[in-house]
Design a protein around this ligand. Structure first.
Ligand code: GAP
Length: 484
């Protein structure tokens, strides 16, 4: 029996992407030329949201841990890096085309979604059987062929067309290749990095020599990565140019699984602290970890388009450092004074997509409710990531209210991103700020001019309180840190 897969879009997702464009979170890249597939630009609100996530990650990873240092490596690297890392030979996706819709899909993901559907329908035994066959297919000598047979025997249909008319499964390398220098020739070929991690591995001895860290220690980096994604139609979920927030944690061989468990729980907690309910997160254990890993798990979030990966935690063994030692001829061993031993460290990696984290926050924040009989759209961001922290309005454009409102805006502006607005009715101004996700709005009215303070309105509770002018910066500070 065949099950009809869910489409890879949803009304809610479409509403969120429309809001992103309308309010200036995200734009299609090169839109005036018809756009460029799977590449996006961040607008004024989006860039603030993304910066806040990036800074939050850096603070929690680098500043909060005395044994983690940061770096910022170049996107272009020596081509041997990608030979050594295995990306030239093994960075492939198994893809299959639906002949009816002419759309392309990842064969492994079609099967995983099929297993999820069986489980959600209570067909546990059948799901277990397919899961077992899936694991065997992933480990088969001819993996594309084995995945193809499983798709056929399970009668998995095209998610968009509902048809059962598949091509063979083929492997595609996802690295972007380009040329350096004036002369194009075989020797001038290089790649845009498909992950930031290798910039950390090749700098591992440099960081060790120039900082005070000792094993176990981490190196963190945030930066662009590029993949020639073939299946790319889920807004900023899957892009060809995107940003990663990666940390490689170097440990004594034999202690990697302890570190793996530690970082699994720390990374889960980080997402929850950013306002994601634990009920919308789940673990996804890799049936067949990547060529470099001895254990790997993803954190998935329940997007409106289904459960999808936002971050991977991988126990990468000493694979990368050993390969770089082999290919570069440079020693990757370290001497550990505490144990008096010399070894190539093992590595546990945490690898989060910055853009995917932003998309998750957008999806989680988006809600519609009705206030005083009128519907509103609210982006209920946690204050720490909200792109605008405070909207400031003079009730009227006269009687000195704009001047007072501007003075308050200026007092807050040196610390927070504040938006001054005097246009339209007060209700409309609140709604504009609700859509932008500003946690607080401050209104200056006649009572303010008479020394009665300002009105501060809370986006989520709609509660309004009066706060003395000189107490406003402290009130905002407390609210942004979750103390008000
Ligand atoms: N260094 C390990 C690594 O790159 P990965 O699972 O391929 O592992 C890590 O990628 C994270 O990068 C993913 O969990 C995802 O959040 C993000 N990511 C990967 N490909 C992406 C894409 N095409 N667009 C947006 N984010 C992507």
């Amino acid at each position: 029996m065949a099950f009809k897969p869910q489409p890879m879009s949803s009304t809610r997702f479409d509403e969120i992407t429309a809001l992103c464009k309308r309010r200036g979170f995200v734009f299609q890249s090169s839109e005036i030329y018809g756009g460029l597939g799977a590449t996006y630009d961040y607008g004024p609100l989006g860039v603030e949201l993304k910066r806040n996530v990036r800074e939050q990650w850096w603070r929690d990873m680098v500043y909060a841990n005395k044994n983690i240092e940061g770096i910022d490596a170049a996107i272009l690297m020596h081509p041997k890096v990608w030979k050594a890392s295995g990306h030239v030979d093994a960075f492939h996706d198994p893809l299959i085309d639906d002949k009816a819709s002419k759309r392309r899909y990842r064969a492994d993901q079609l099967i995983e979604q099929h297993i999820d559907r069986l489980r959600s329908k209570g067909k546990t035994e059948r799901a277990d059987t397919v899961q077992k066959r899936f694991t065997e297919a992933l480990n088969a000598e001819d993996m594309p062929k084995a995945l193809h047979s499983l798709i056929l025997s399970e009668e998995i249909r095209g998610p968009d067309s509902g048809a059962f008319d598949w091509t063979d499964v083929r492997q595609f390398n996802m690295m972007f290749e380009t040329k350096v220098g004036a002369l194009a020739g075989e020797d001038s070929s290089i790649y845009l990095r498909p992950e930031t991690a290798q910039g950390i591995f090749v700098n591992f001895q440099n960081v060790l020599a120039t900082s005070r860290v000792q094993i176990p220690f981490g190196i963190a980096q945030i930066g662009k990565a590029f993949r020639n994604e073939i299946v790319a139609r889920q807004f900023i979920f899957r892009m060809r140019e995107f940003e990663q927030m990666e940390m490689q944690y170097f440990v004594q061989p034999g202690t990697q699984l302890e570190a793996y468990e530690l970082w699994r729980s720390r990374r889960w907690d980080w997402h929850v602290r950013n306002g994601i309910p634990a009920s919308k997160l789940r673990w996804h254990v890799h049936e067949k970890p990547a060529h470099y890993a001895d254990a790997a798990v993803d954190i998935q979030y329940e997007f409106p388009i289904g459960w999808q990966e936002i971050e991977g935690i991988h126990s990468r063994t000493d694979y990368d450092l050993s390969r770089h030692q082999e290919y570069s001829g440079k020693k990757m061993q370290i001497f550990d004074q505490a144990s008096g031993s010399r070894f190539i460290p093992y590595v546990v990696e945490t690898s989060a997509g910055l853009d995917r984290t932003v998309l998750m926050l957008l999806c989680e924040a988006y809600r519609k409710d009705v206030v005083e009989g009128r519907s509103r759209t609210v982006m209920a961001f946690a204050p720490s990531v909200a792109p605008i922290k405070v909207g400031v309005f003079p009730l009227l454009r006269k009687d000195g209210m704009p001047e007072r409102a501007r003075a308050i805006t200026d007092a807050l502006r040196c610390e927070w991103n504040v938006f001054y607005d005097e246009k339209g009715s007060i209700g409309k101004r609140y709604r504009r700020m609700d859509e932008a996700g500003a946690p607080l709005c401050i209104t200056i009215d006649r009572d303010t001019l008479e020394g009665e303070g300002v009105t501060v309105r809370n986006r989520d509770t709609l509660e309004q309180v009066r706060v003395a002018d000189d107490q406003v910066p402290a009130f905002v500070s407390d609210a942004m840190r979750g103390a008000a």
